[in-house]
Design a protein around this ligand. Structure first.
Ligand code: UT7
Length: 367
């Protein structure tokens, strides 16, 4: 049975930064309150022409370059996102087109902020079963478009960005070691975007009521999060046959420093085992774990052979944890060139449309 190794990583955040002081001019809040209650100092906000697909494609191309894998070698793209561009087509398909992953299946996975853990596990299981060899797992968000900028309970928390991993099959032991995925739909109303789906379409009345924005019971989500972070980390470690002393890092969902500190207390671990970067990005939902991991690998903090747990929670309610041994790029003879140039990508997409049109003309019609 092949092992599923994490062999590439990448991230992309939009340049514009929104500081706590900026927010204090928009709602009744201040830098001290936000830093003390959340740990967040600033977050990045997408420009008008940036979307989950464009940020996700940038992160994916970086991850492919690190892994030395061509887009055409990818068998499967799973995009975890809480801010999909459309109900359909899937944001994963938009990314597939942008990067030219011509042989990949692509779908979105909706599990709110736990989505990246779920997606990583699904991709790893597809590799472990032998059905695919190479997967791209992406967490990407422009949640700023679902934030009510007049609601101080939520607008201080979220930021935009994307992170991506490449997973590859190898007979060498290591990679993804275990995972747990859990849910409790009875708490669905604690964190939701009520309108925009088929139950409450985005009608004028729904928009007037602000139901297209994120609604959250912060205190309840906080309580739930502090309960599940430590317990699911322990479950993933048990399933991998590891103890907390045998892991070098925990990469938690970057929602609130107080939630991470509670998890550290629950696991009786020092905070320096936790990778934390929420002060600079806020809560980027599905993107927070791959962005934090990508930064920690790039800075040399996470090294090949290190064992780590990634752990997250979010709307649904959902939560999950995944234990892995970090691999890095697999040895390869060839060198993949970085894919740059949006004009080339647009031309390639246009050519595909033309070819599909010609194919349609040449195919016999069965009426
Ligand atoms: O990916 C999952 C996403 N969600 C989360 O992770 C959210 C988890 N929850 C939290 O992180 C925290 O509950 C919050 C950061 C949202 C709120 O922090 P808190 O310590 O739980 O504050 P609170 O809701 O208990 O409010 C305490 C006080 C209230 O005033 P009163 O009623 O005590 O007079 C709030 O009105 O702080 C007030 N408050 C604020 N004050 C200044 C709430 N938001 C703000 C604000 N600035 N932005």
């Amino acid at each position: 049975m092949p092992f599923a190794h994490i062999t590439g990583w990448g991230m992309s955040v939009p340049e514009p930064v929104l500081t706590n002081d900026d927010l204090s001019k928009m709602v009744d809040t201040n830098d001290q309150w936000i830093r003390e209650r959340t740990g967040i100092r600033e977050r990045h906000i997408a420009r008008e022409n940036q979307f989950p697909s464009t940020l996700g494609a940038e992160a994916a191309l970086k991850a492919l370059e690190v892994a030395n894998v061509q887009p055409t070698d990818v068998d499967l793209i799973i995009c975890a996102t809480s801010s999909p561009e459309h109900i359909f087509p899937a944001t994963a398909c938009l990314i597939q087109d942008l990067i030219g992953a011509d042989k990949a299946g692509a779908f979105d996975l909706s599990a709110a902020c736990s989505g990246f853990i779920y997606a990583l596990n699904m991709a790893a299981q597809s590799i472990r079963s032998g059905s695919i060899k190479t997967a791209l797992v992406i967490g990407t968000e422009t949640l700023s478009r679902f934030v009510n900028w007049k609601d101080r309970n939520t607008c201080i928390l979220f930021g935009d960005g994307a992170g991506a991993f490449v997973l590859q099959a190898s007979e060498r032991p290591g990679g993804v070691l275990s995972a747990v995925m859990r849910s409790d739909g009875s708490g669905g109303d604690l964190l939701s975007i009520p309108a925009g789906g088929s139950r409450h379409p985005a009608t004028e009345a729904a928009i007037h009521a602000g139901s297209q924005y994120i609604h959250m019971d912060g205190r309840e989500v906080f309580r739930f999060a502090t309960r599940v972070m430590a317990s699911s980390t322990k479950e993933a470690l048990d399933a991998a046959g590891l103890t907390v002393d045998q892991i070098q890092h925990i990469v938690p969902h970057q929602a609130n420093i107080r939630i991470i500190e509670a998890a550290a207390r629950g696991l009786k671990l020092p905070m320096d085992k936790f990778v934390v970067n929420l002060e600079r990005y806020g809560n980027t939902s599905t993107a927070s774990i791959p962005i934090a991991t990508a930064e920690a690998v790039t800075s040399g903090r996470i090294k090949p052979g290190d064992k780590l747990v990634m752990v997250g929670f979010g709307g649904g309610l959902t939560w999950g944890a995944l234990a892995a041994e970090w691999t890095g790029p697999l040895p390869s003879e060839r060198k993949v060139k970085p894919q740059k140039g949006s004009a080339l990508r647009r031309a390639r997409s246009f050519l595909r449309r033309v070819l599909r049109f010609i194919d349609g003309l040449l195919s016999p019609r069965e009426l």
